[in-house]
Each structure stands twice: as C-alpha cells, then as structure tokens.
Write a protein that binds this ligand. Structure first.
Ligand code: PHE
Ligand code: CO
Length: 289
C-alpha cells in the first residue's frame, strides 16, 4: 500500500484521511463505457442469484448503467436512507484509516475504473467493485449498522487486541463473499461476488465450493484466498442474525482465538452445517473449535 507522500504525486489534494476529489468530470467515454459493460453483465446474472436486499438497494440508489456515479449525488441519496456517504480514495487505504471511515458511516471507494485488460480480475478494488458491489447493501438499515459496528470493532481489534487477522476474516466471509439463505434458495450478497460475473454464477451454482452455515468463531479461524474463487462460502440466515451474532463484545472471543486451530479455506469440519441445494444437512460429530 503506497504511503501518503507517494500518493500525493498523483493526487496532490489527497487529505490525511486518504480521501481525494472524485474528479467525476475527468472520466472519459471509455471509462463510462467500462462501467456500462460491467453493469450490463451483472444485470443479466444477478436476478435469481443476488439477495433481494442487494437488488432493492441498487434500485433505491438509482445506480444506472450508462455512467460512473457521481459520489456526491449518490451520497446525498444514500445519506437520506441510512446516513452513509461514499468518499473517493485512490486505492486501498491503511487499516486504521479504513476503520475510521466506516465508524463514521463513510465508505471509501476507489476512484479509478479497471482497464479492458483487467475486466475479469483486478488486484485493487476499483469504482465498480466498490460502488456497484458495496453501496447497495449500505442502503439496507441493518447492514448499514453492521458495517459501522465493524469499523468500530476494527479500531478496538487494532488498538486493544491485536486481532486484526480474525476480524478481517469476518469481513471477508460476510461483506465480501457472503451468502444468505432464502426460502427460494441460497443467494449472494457479498460485494466480491456480486461485482464478478463468473463468481456470481459459481457461488450459487457450482457443485465445487463448500457452503457452510455461518458460525462466528469458525469464520474467524478460517484463512481465505485472494487469488481465486472461494473454496468455501459461509451462509447467514438473515442480516438481523448476522448483526445479533456480531454486536456483542468480542474480548472473550479474541482471547479464545489466540490459541487453538486455524483452518484452511477448503476445510470441512465435523459439526459444520453444510448446505446442499438451498437446504442444509449436518455432517456428524461435534464442533471441534
Ligand atoms: N462486537 C465487535 C467487538 O466487540 C465489533 C463488531 C461488530 C465487529 C459488528 C464486527 C461486526 O469488537
Ligand atoms: Co470490497
């Protein structure tokens, strides 16, 4: 992650909290065209795969296919719904800065958009991933509260507990790659999935990945991979359940997590509730963790 002085070369106006001006007027036709291409691809694959809460957010925010959204206008609408705003940053920001933004209901979004060569894979989150992928869920009141609580929890994990790795896994397996169980079947809500055409299909339809019932401690002990489709997804029952499970003091849990096993992304454990075709079955045994 580049330091502030380095970023200042390209973004002279960068602030101490790593925000920059979106400079919406500087996007070219090709950049708006890339947004449109990505948007239209997702509009085709998401119905029947994405959680209704995500699709509702997309509709409420009036995100449209034909141009990269202007963060100020988008934020004015979002703020009326849940009090969140979107701020522009050059790329990934340091953890403490990220948590501070979330704790204040500001979502830092990459200002740039991927190039045609990067259409299916980028290492750093761009405006399509960050805005199309993340912002619709921020229009959902419970998820909006969860994200702010996560930011505050991140500040504690960093300053008091040294438990960043455990907490980052929670973000990864919910905010970025979460699935939710609905009466109609499993649906995606994680931004890393909903912003990817191929993973949107894979996460719901492929027989290959494990789909394991969300369990806070289990998730916090599980490593993740950043270079390929996930080998395991964790499935929540509802956003209310997720918020209830996490809106409690993690101090005792962090102490417990400091010893005991860590799991590999593909592991299935005795006691995991594994979902099959929208229902779940138990794999025998008791939870080892
Ligand atoms: N409850 C967590 C703590 O005590 C904070 C948190 C809330 C983290 C919600 C993630 C999501 O630190
Ligand atoms: Co993301």
């Amino acid at each position: 992650m580049p330091a502030l002085d380095q970023l200042r070369l390209k973004h002279p106006e960068i602030a101490a909290d790593f925000t920059i001006d979106q400079h919406w007027e500087r996007y070219g036709a090709d950049e708006h065209g890339m947004w449109r291409t990505l948007y239209e691809r997702q509009a085709k694959v998401l119905p029947g795969r994405a959680a209704q809460e995500f699709l509702d957010g997309l509709a409420k925010l009036d995100l449209v296919s034909d141009r990269i959204p202007e963060f100020e206008r988008l934020s004015d609408g979002l703020e009326k719904l849940t009090g969140w705003r979107v701020v522009a940053v050059p790329s990934l920001v340091p953890d403490d800065i990220f948590f501070d933004h979330l704790a204040h209901r500001r979502f830092p979004a990459g200002q740039f958009i991927r190039t045609p060569q990067q259409i299916d894979y980028i290492e750093e989150p761009d405006v399509f991933h960050d805005v199309f992928g993340h912002v619709p869920m921020l229009a959902h009141p419970v998820f909006a509260d969860y994200m702010q609580a996560y930011g505050k929890g991140g500040q504690r994990a960093l300053s008091e507990f040294g438990a960043l790795k455990n907490l980052a896994r929670l973000y990864w397996y919910t905010v970025e790659f979460g699935l939710i169980e609905k009466p109609e079947g499993l649906r995606i809500y994680g931004s890393g999935i909903v912003s990817s055409r191929t993973e949107s299909i894979y996460a719901v339809e492929s027989p290959s990945p494990n789909r394991i019932r969300f369990d806070l401690e289990r998730v916090m002990r599980t490593n993740y991979r950043i270079d390929d489709f996930q080998e395991s997804y964790f499935v929540i029952g509802s956003f209310e359940d997720l918020f209830q499970e996490t809106y409690k003091d993690f101090a005792a849990l962090y102490t417990k997590l400091a010893s005991g096993p860590n799991y590999s992304p593909g592991d299935v454990l005795a006691g995991d509730r594994v979902h099959h075709r929208g229902t779940h079955t138990y794999i025998g045994g008791s939870h080892a963790a």
